[in-house]
Design a protein around this ligand. Structure first.
Ligand SMILES: C[S@@+](CC[C@H](N)C(=O)[O-])C[C@H]1O[C@@H](n2cnc3c(N)ncnc32)[C@H](O)[C@@H]1O
Length: 293
Protein backbone atom coordinates (compact mmCIF):
# COMPACT_ATOMS: atom_id res chain seq x y z
CA UNK A 1 0.00 0.00 0.00
CA UNK A 2 1.31 3.44 -0.88
CA UNK A 3 2.44 5.50 2.10
CA UNK A 4 0.25 8.48 2.85
CA UNK A 5 2.43 11.59 2.71
CA UNK A 6 0.12 13.85 4.64
CA UNK A 7 -1.56 11.92 7.41
CA UNK A 8 -0.34 9.53 10.03
CA UNK A 9 -3.66 7.73 10.25
CA UNK A 10 -5.70 8.22 7.08
CA UNK A 11 -8.40 5.78 8.25
CA UNK A 12 -9.88 8.36 10.66
CA UNK A 13 -11.01 10.35 7.62
CA UNK A 14 -12.47 7.36 5.80
CA UNK A 15 -15.92 7.81 7.40
CA UNK A 16 -16.52 10.82 5.16
CA UNK A 17 -16.25 8.69 2.04
CA UNK A 18 -19.57 7.68 0.44
CA UNK A 19 -20.47 4.00 0.72
CA UNK A 20 -20.83 2.44 -2.71
CA UNK A 21 -24.27 1.24 -3.83
CA UNK A 22 -24.15 -1.68 -6.27
CA UNK A 23 -26.81 -2.12 -8.97
CA UNK A 24 -28.07 -5.20 -7.12
CA UNK A 25 -28.45 -3.25 -3.86
CA UNK A 26 -30.13 -0.34 -5.67
CA UNK A 27 -32.53 -2.86 -7.24
CA UNK A 28 -33.48 -4.13 -3.77
CA UNK A 29 -34.07 -0.60 -2.44
CA UNK A 30 -36.19 0.23 -5.49
CA UNK A 31 -38.26 -2.88 -4.95
CA UNK A 32 -38.77 -2.13 -1.23
CA UNK A 33 -39.77 1.49 -1.86
CA UNK A 34 -42.06 0.59 -4.78
CA UNK A 35 -43.81 -2.30 -3.02
CA UNK A 36 -44.26 -0.38 0.23
CA UNK A 37 -45.06 3.16 -0.98
CA UNK A 38 -45.63 3.04 -4.74
CA UNK A 39 -42.67 5.39 -5.25
CA UNK A 40 -41.00 4.60 -8.54
CA UNK A 41 -37.25 5.27 -8.16
CA UNK A 42 -35.85 5.55 -11.67
CA UNK A 43 -32.21 4.71 -12.58
CA UNK A 44 -31.45 8.46 -12.47
CA UNK A 45 -32.27 8.50 -8.74
CA UNK A 46 -29.35 6.23 -7.80
CA UNK A 47 -27.01 9.07 -6.80
CA UNK A 48 -29.85 10.74 -4.85
CA UNK A 49 -30.36 7.49 -2.90
CA UNK A 50 -26.61 7.25 -2.15
CA UNK A 51 -26.52 10.87 -0.99
CA UNK A 52 -29.63 10.68 1.18
CA UNK A 53 -28.94 7.31 2.82
CA UNK A 54 -25.19 7.34 3.42
CA UNK A 55 -25.22 9.34 6.65
CA UNK A 56 -28.13 7.36 8.07
CA UNK A 57 -26.48 4.03 7.29
CA UNK A 58 -23.19 5.02 8.89
CA UNK A 59 -24.92 6.52 11.93
CA UNK A 60 -26.58 3.16 12.53
CA UNK A 61 -23.26 1.36 12.24
CA UNK A 62 -23.89 -0.54 9.00
CA UNK A 63 -20.77 -0.98 6.89
CA UNK A 64 -22.53 -1.74 3.60
CA UNK A 65 -25.85 -1.00 1.91
CA UNK A 66 -26.55 -4.74 1.90
CA UNK A 67 -26.35 -4.90 5.74
CA UNK A 68 -28.81 -2.02 5.90
CA UNK A 69 -31.21 -3.61 3.38
CA UNK A 70 -31.12 -6.94 5.26
CA UNK A 71 -31.94 -5.09 8.47
CA UNK A 72 -34.95 -3.33 6.91
CA UNK A 73 -36.23 -6.62 5.53
CA UNK A 74 -35.95 -8.31 8.93
CA UNK A 75 -37.52 -5.42 10.90
CA UNK A 76 -41.08 -6.57 11.49
CA UNK A 77 -42.08 -3.31 13.25
CA UNK A 78 -41.90 -1.40 9.94
CA UNK A 79 -40.07 1.46 11.70
CA UNK A 80 -36.96 1.22 9.55
CA UNK A 81 -39.13 1.37 6.40
CA UNK A 82 -40.77 4.54 7.76
CA UNK A 83 -37.33 6.09 8.26
CA UNK A 84 -36.28 5.00 4.77
CA UNK A 85 -39.26 6.69 3.09
CA UNK A 86 -38.67 9.83 5.16
CA UNK A 87 -35.23 10.05 3.58
CA UNK A 88 -36.27 9.09 0.05
CA UNK A 89 -39.48 11.07 -0.43
CA UNK A 90 -39.40 14.58 -1.83
CA UNK A 91 -41.26 16.90 0.54
CA UNK A 92 -40.54 20.19 -1.19
CA UNK A 93 -43.53 22.53 -1.13
CA UNK A 94 -44.45 26.12 -0.25
CA UNK A 95 -47.50 28.30 0.44
CA UNK A 96 -49.63 29.19 -2.60
CA UNK A 97 -47.86 26.69 -4.86
CA UNK A 98 -49.69 26.46 -8.21
CA UNK A 99 -51.86 29.41 -7.29
CA UNK A 100 -54.35 28.92 -10.15
CA UNK A 101 -55.87 26.14 -8.08
CA UNK A 102 -56.37 28.37 -5.07
CA UNK A 103 -58.02 31.03 -7.25
CA UNK A 104 -60.36 28.44 -8.76
CA UNK A 105 -61.02 27.04 -5.30
CA UNK A 106 -61.91 30.43 -3.78
CA UNK A 107 -63.83 31.86 -6.74
CA UNK A 108 -65.65 28.81 -8.06
CA UNK A 109 -65.36 25.41 -6.37
CA UNK A 110 -65.80 26.55 -2.78
CA UNK A 111 -68.75 28.96 -3.41
CA UNK A 112 -70.42 26.24 -5.52
CA UNK A 113 -70.18 23.62 -2.78
CA UNK A 114 -71.08 25.93 0.09
CA UNK A 115 -74.16 27.06 -1.83
CA UNK A 116 -75.12 23.49 -2.70
CA UNK A 117 -74.69 22.23 0.87
CA UNK A 118 -76.58 25.22 2.31
CA UNK A 119 -79.52 24.60 -0.02
CA UNK A 120 -79.59 20.94 1.09
CA UNK A 121 -79.61 22.05 4.74
CA UNK A 122 -76.12 20.60 5.38
CA UNK A 123 -73.34 22.38 7.25
CA UNK A 124 -70.53 19.83 7.04
CA UNK A 125 -67.85 20.39 4.38
CA UNK A 126 -65.18 17.66 3.98
CA UNK A 127 -61.82 17.98 2.27
CA UNK A 128 -58.83 15.67 2.07
CA UNK A 129 -55.31 16.87 1.32
CA UNK A 130 -53.55 13.64 0.28
CA UNK A 131 -49.74 13.96 0.31
CA UNK A 132 -49.80 17.17 2.33
CA UNK A 133 -46.06 17.17 3.11
CA UNK A 134 -45.17 19.86 5.67
CA UNK A 135 -48.66 21.44 5.76
CA UNK A 136 -48.40 24.57 3.60
CA UNK A 137 -51.15 23.45 1.20
CA UNK A 138 -53.59 22.43 3.94
CA UNK A 139 -53.12 25.63 5.94
CA UNK A 140 -53.54 27.67 2.74
CA UNK A 141 -56.88 25.93 2.09
CA UNK A 142 -57.95 26.45 5.72
CA UNK A 143 -57.19 30.20 5.41
CA UNK A 144 -59.18 30.49 2.18
CA UNK A 145 -62.19 28.73 3.71
CA UNK A 146 -62.09 31.03 6.74
CA UNK A 147 -61.82 34.08 4.46
CA UNK A 148 -64.71 32.98 2.28
CA UNK A 149 -67.09 32.09 5.10
CA UNK A 150 -66.32 35.21 7.13
CA UNK A 151 -68.86 35.69 9.93
CA UNK A 152 -70.64 32.57 8.77
CA UNK A 153 -67.62 30.39 9.61
CA UNK A 154 -68.96 29.53 13.09
CA UNK A 155 -72.07 27.94 11.54
CA UNK A 156 -70.02 25.42 9.58
CA UNK A 157 -68.37 22.15 10.52
CA UNK A 158 -65.23 22.04 8.37
CA UNK A 159 -63.52 18.64 8.11
CA UNK A 160 -60.02 19.20 6.79
CA UNK A 161 -57.98 16.00 6.80
CA UNK A 162 -54.34 16.16 5.67
CA UNK A 163 -52.28 12.98 5.27
CA UNK A 164 -48.76 11.98 4.31
CA UNK A 165 -46.43 9.01 4.64
CA UNK A 166 -43.50 11.06 5.94
CA UNK A 167 -43.39 11.42 9.74
CA UNK A 168 -40.79 14.20 9.47
CA UNK A 169 -43.04 16.21 7.12
CA UNK A 170 -46.08 15.66 9.37
CA UNK A 171 -44.12 16.87 12.41
CA UNK A 172 -43.26 20.09 10.58
CA UNK A 173 -46.92 20.45 9.59
CA UNK A 174 -48.12 20.09 13.18
CA UNK A 175 -45.44 22.50 14.36
CA UNK A 176 -46.67 25.00 11.71
CA UNK A 177 -43.60 27.28 11.73
CA UNK A 178 -42.14 28.26 8.39
CA UNK A 179 -39.25 30.22 6.96
CA UNK A 180 -39.65 33.47 5.01
CA UNK A 181 -38.96 31.63 1.72
CA UNK A 182 -41.89 29.33 2.40
CA UNK A 183 -44.39 32.15 2.74
CA UNK A 184 -42.92 34.45 0.05
CA UNK A 185 -45.67 33.65 -2.47
CA UNK A 186 -48.55 34.27 -0.08
CA UNK A 187 -50.98 37.14 -0.79
CA UNK A 188 -49.97 39.95 1.61
CA UNK A 189 -53.38 40.11 3.35
CA UNK A 190 -53.30 36.40 4.25
CA UNK A 191 -49.69 36.61 5.37
CA UNK A 192 -50.35 39.43 7.80
CA UNK A 193 -53.64 38.00 9.08
CA UNK A 194 -52.83 34.32 9.58
CA UNK A 195 -49.20 34.18 10.75
CA UNK A 196 -47.38 35.31 13.87
CA UNK A 197 -43.88 36.46 13.00
CA UNK A 198 -41.19 35.67 15.56
CA UNK A 199 -38.14 37.82 16.30
CA UNK A 200 -35.99 35.14 14.60
CA UNK A 201 -37.99 35.59 11.38
CA UNK A 202 -40.13 32.43 11.56
CA UNK A 203 -43.76 32.59 10.43
CA UNK A 204 -46.08 30.52 12.65
CA UNK A 205 -49.64 29.78 11.57
CA UNK A 206 -52.20 31.22 14.03
CA UNK A 207 -54.04 28.78 16.31
CA UNK A 208 -57.47 29.31 14.72
CA UNK A 209 -56.12 28.00 11.42
CA UNK A 210 -53.93 25.30 12.98
CA UNK A 211 -56.87 23.72 14.75
CA UNK A 212 -58.90 23.46 11.53
CA UNK A 213 -56.55 20.76 10.14
CA UNK A 214 -56.22 17.15 11.33
CA UNK A 215 -52.94 15.49 10.33
CA UNK A 216 -52.62 11.71 9.98
CA UNK A 217 -50.05 9.29 8.63
CA UNK A 218 -51.55 7.42 5.68
CA UNK A 219 -50.01 5.41 2.87
CA UNK A 220 -51.79 6.22 -0.40
CA UNK A 221 -51.06 2.82 -1.90
CA UNK A 222 -53.11 1.01 0.72
CA UNK A 223 -56.11 -0.57 -0.95
CA UNK A 224 -58.72 0.39 1.64
CA UNK A 225 -58.92 3.90 3.02
CA UNK A 226 -60.27 3.97 6.59
CA UNK A 227 -62.78 6.81 6.14
CA UNK A 228 -66.29 6.94 7.59
CA UNK A 229 -67.57 9.55 5.15
CA UNK A 230 -66.83 10.85 1.69
CA UNK A 231 -65.20 14.13 0.64
CA UNK A 232 -66.40 17.12 -1.35
CA UNK A 233 -62.86 17.78 -2.53
CA UNK A 234 -59.59 15.86 -2.68
CA UNK A 235 -56.27 17.60 -3.29
CA UNK A 236 -53.50 15.21 -4.35
CA UNK A 237 -50.97 17.50 -5.96
CA UNK A 238 -47.39 16.67 -6.90
CA UNK A 239 -47.57 13.20 -5.37
CA UNK A 240 -48.60 10.97 -8.27
CA UNK A 241 -45.58 12.24 -10.19
CA UNK A 242 -43.57 9.68 -8.15
CA UNK A 243 -45.92 6.80 -9.05
CA UNK A 244 -46.12 4.69 -12.20
CA UNK A 245 -49.29 4.46 -14.31
CA UNK A 246 -50.86 1.36 -12.67
CA UNK A 247 -50.33 2.92 -9.21
CA UNK A 248 -51.81 6.28 -10.36
CA UNK A 249 -54.79 4.61 -12.02
CA UNK A 250 -55.53 2.54 -8.90
CA UNK A 251 -55.29 5.60 -6.68
CA UNK A 252 -57.59 7.85 -8.73
CA UNK A 253 -60.14 5.02 -8.81
CA UNK A 254 -59.98 4.76 -5.00
CA UNK A 255 -60.29 8.57 -4.73
CA UNK A 256 -63.40 8.35 -6.90
CA UNK A 257 -65.09 6.03 -4.38
CA UNK A 258 -64.54 8.60 -1.63
CA UNK A 259 -65.70 11.65 -3.58
CA UNK A 260 -69.29 12.90 -3.47
CA UNK A 261 -70.95 13.31 -6.89
CA UNK A 262 -69.80 16.73 -8.16
CA UNK A 263 -66.75 16.50 -5.88
CA UNK A 264 -63.47 17.91 -7.10
CA UNK A 265 -60.09 16.22 -7.56
CA UNK A 266 -57.11 18.59 -7.83
CA UNK A 267 -53.81 17.09 -9.05
CA UNK A 268 -50.43 18.71 -9.76
CA UNK A 269 -50.11 20.82 -12.91
CA UNK A 270 -47.39 18.53 -14.28
CA UNK A 271 -49.60 15.47 -13.71
CA UNK A 272 -52.46 14.06 -15.74
CA UNK A 273 -55.25 11.55 -15.24
CA UNK A 274 -54.71 10.37 -18.79
CA UNK A 275 -57.06 10.61 -21.71
CA UNK A 276 -58.61 7.27 -20.89
CA UNK A 277 -59.87 8.35 -17.47
CA UNK A 278 -63.63 8.11 -17.95
CA UNK A 279 -64.65 8.41 -14.35
CA UNK A 280 -63.88 12.17 -14.01
CA UNK A 281 -64.90 15.20 -16.04
CA UNK A 282 -62.05 17.53 -16.99
CA UNK A 283 -62.79 21.05 -15.71
CA UNK A 284 -59.59 23.07 -16.23
CA UNK A 285 -55.85 22.28 -15.99
CA UNK A 286 -55.20 19.75 -13.21
CA UNK A 287 -58.83 20.04 -12.01
CA UNK A 288 -61.40 17.24 -12.36
CA UNK A 289 -64.89 16.58 -11.10
CA UNK A 290 -66.78 13.41 -10.36
CA UNK A 291 -69.86 13.22 -12.57
CA UNK A 292 -73.13 13.98 -10.77
CA UNK A 293 -74.97 10.99 -12.23
C1 LIG B 1 -43.69 17.10 -3.31
S1 LIG B 1 -44.68 16.71 -1.93
C2 LIG B 1 -46.23 17.46 -2.39
C3 LIG B 1 -46.72 18.43 -1.35
C4 LIG B 1 -47.95 19.25 -1.76
N1 LIG B 1 -49.08 18.38 -2.05
C5 LIG B 1 -47.64 20.15 -2.92
O1 LIG B 1 -48.27 20.03 -3.97
O2 LIG B 1 -46.78 21.01 -2.80
C6 LIG B 1 -45.02 14.97 -2.18
C7 LIG B 1 -45.48 14.28 -0.92
O3 LIG B 1 -46.03 13.00 -1.24
C8 LIG B 1 -45.75 12.14 -0.15
N2 LIG B 1 -45.89 10.73 -0.57
C9 LIG B 1 -45.14 10.03 -1.45
N3 LIG B 1 -45.55 8.76 -1.51
C10 LIG B 1 -46.60 8.65 -0.66
C11 LIG B 1 -47.46 7.57 -0.28
N4 LIG B 1 -47.32 6.34 -0.79
N5 LIG B 1 -48.44 7.82 0.61
C12 LIG B 1 -48.59 9.06 1.13
N6 LIG B 1 -47.82 10.11 0.84
C13 LIG B 1 -46.83 9.91 -0.06
C14 LIG B 1 -44.32 12.52 0.22
O4 LIG B 1 -43.99 12.11 1.54
C15 LIG B 1 -44.34 14.04 0.06
O5 LIG B 1 -44.59 14.70 1.27
Amino acid sequence: MMEDKFMENPSIFESNALLALSDKEFGQIRELVYNSFGINLTEQKKSLVVGRLNKLIKQHGFSTFQNYIDYIKSDKTGKSLTILVDKISTNHTYFNREKDHFEYFSNTALPQWIDHLSKSGKKRFNLWIAGCSSGEESYMIAMLIKEYLGNNFKNWDIGLLATDISIGALETAINASYSKTNVDHMPANLKSKYFNKSSSGEYTVVDDIKKMVTYKKLNLIQQNFPFKSSFHMIFCRNVMIYFDKPTRDGLVTRFHKFLDPGGYLFIGHSETLGRDSKIYNYICPATYQKATS
